[in-house]
Write a protein that binds this ligand. Structure first.
Ligand code: ZN
Length: 194
């Protein structure tokens, strides 16, 4: 079957290189994407500028605070919020002047950032400290530890121990020694963990 007629590919009628004019819709979508990208970039730069300014204000206000608190900035519903974390309630109370100065600076820096209502640093800055640790009371023995609150009444302030009265509201009967291990009560101060 070699003598078959050569197959000629039938050239499809190609239109000469005529560029389809871009539809106005395509231009519109491209422009929209460009605008969104520009807006995101602008927002990002605005955020970085604000963050740098707020961090500088933080460093200024707490330059004399030792130990310095930790600082964090975030956004809540588009508005900047700040956390100033102190090591202890005492450290936070000691930095009252610095806290007031920081609030004033944040108010100035962020006053244009309110969305639905005016920005108020009082609402946006959270001064915090870890919860005060419960004082750990070390009892003379395991049995005493287990019985405190059951048969034994213990006053952490005076460190006194007493036998729990059978009648509710009656005064506990003070005890001078542990009924189980015989240790003198209250224990010497050195036995109390700080
Ligand atoms: Zn004991």
């Amino acid at each position: 079957m070699a003598g078959g007629a050569p197959r000629v590919s039938c050239p499809t009628a190609r239109s000469p290189g005529r560029l389809q004019p871009a539809a106005p819709l395509t231009f519109f979508v491209l422009a929209l994407f460009a605008a969104l990208a520009a807006l995101a970039l602008w927002n990002r730069r605005r955020h970085l500028r604000l963050k740098a300014a707020c961090s500088a204000a933080f460093a200024r206000c707490y330059a004399a605070t030792s130990p310095p608190p930790a600082f964090e900035m975030a956004y809540s519903y588009g508005e900047p919020v700040f956390q100033v974390l102190f090591a202890s309630p005492a450290a936070m109370a000691g930095a009252a002047d610095a806290n007031a100065a920081f609030l004033r600076e944040i108010d100035d820096l962020c006053k244009a950032r309110g969305r639905r209502r005016q920005f108020k640093a009082q609402r946006a800055v959270f001064f915090q400290h870890p919860p005060a640790a419960e004082p750990v009371v070390v009892h003379c023995c395991e049995t005493m530890r287990a019985q405190v609150g059951k048969t034994i009444v213990h006053q952490p302030q005076s460190r006194d121990y007493g036998l729990k009265p059978a009648i509710a509201g009656a005064t506990p009967l003070a005890i001078a020694h542990c009924p189980w291990c015989g240790s003198p009560l209250p224990p010497p101060a050195a036995q109390q963990a700080g």
